[in-house]
Write a protein that binds this ligand. Structure first.
Ligand SMILES: [Zn+2]
Length: 46
C-alpha cells in the first residue's frame, strides 16, 4: 500500500493530501474530501 502511494504521488504531484477525518487521498484540485465531504484536509510536503 505504501509503495502504491509513493508511485501515485511521484507520477502526479509533489505533495500528498488526505482527509484528516477518513484518510482518503484527496486530489490537489479538490478543496474537500470526495468521500465524507470534510474540508479538513491535511497536506504532506514530500
Ligand atoms: Zn474524508
Amino acid at each position: 500500500m505504501i509503495e502504491r502511494l509513493r508511485q501515485a504521488v511521484a507520477s502526479r504531484q509533489q505533495s500528498h493530501r488526505e482527509c484528516r477525518r477518513c484518510g482518503t487521498t484527496v486530489e490537489s484540485s479538490a478543496a474537500t474530501c470526495p468521500v465524507c465531504d470534510s474540508g479538513d484536509i491535511v497536506q504532506y510536503e514530500l
